[in-house]
Design a protein around this ligand. Structure first.
Ligand code: GLN
Length: 196
């Protein structure tokens, strides 16, 4: 089984750890550059992107993560994790940075406040049937998709909520919360391919 990391600075770390463990992966909670070196792929959880950004710089792990992303490490980012993967972040908190890698522009909190959270059945053609039960909690919307990135899913109104690019995959919603395992499987497949 591949050894993968969950970035464990802030956010819903445990939910991701559980899904990955259930799928048979060895999971390391990553807080330091040394721990990052032991993993073949990384999940960046949902939470608060400005806090994840700040802590990643305090823990000196932001630069090492960027380097691993450039060298092709598979990464799955959900919600705040998608924000951390985006090259451009709109409505960022002052001075907020992302790791980047995904050729997209995201807008933070684009669905409104916490009490405007919602769940919906989302068609993700690449994952087939059934539709994904997607939970949105103050998630970002992908406002622009660059040439290198690819839309994986959009809401019926056209707003893009899942994108991929090579070994990177980002979702505006929280597949880790609904017993949905296909995004994590997709990620683990990228990890296996990348290691081969
Ligand atoms: N609003 C959060 C942010 O900007 C993301 C919310 C989430 O991850 N559920 O980081």
């Amino acid at each position: 089984a591949p050894t993968v990391g969950v970035l464990a600075l802030q956010g819903d770390v445990r939910e991701h750890q559980q899904v990955l463990t259930d799928l048979g992966a060895e999971v390391v909670l990553v807080r330091t550059p040394a721990q990052l070196e032991t993993v073949a792929g990384l999940v960046i959880p949902g939470g608060e992107s400005s806090v994840i950004d700040k802590l990643s710089r305090i823990f000196d792990i932001a630069e090492p993560i960027k380097k691993r992303i450039s060298s092709g490490m598979p990464v799955l980012g959900t919600c705040a994790g998608l924000i951390m993967l985006a090259d451009t972040v709109l409505d960022a908190i002052d001075g907020q940075r992302s790791f980047g890698g995904l050729d997209v522009t995201v807008r933070r909190n684009a669905f409104g406040s916490q009490n405007q959270s919602f769940e919906t059945e989302l068609d993700v053609p690449e994952l087939g049937e059934p539709a994904v039960h997607a939970t949105f909690i103050r998630g970002p919307v992908v406002d622009a998709v660059g040439d290198r990135a690819r839309v994986m899913a959009a809401l019926p109104d056209g707003r893009v909520v899942a994108v991929s690019q090579g070994n990177l995959l980002g979702t505006s919603f929280h597949p880790e919360m609904n017993g949905e395992t296909r995004f994590h499987r997709y990620f683990l497949d990228r990890v296996t391919d990348h290691a081969a």
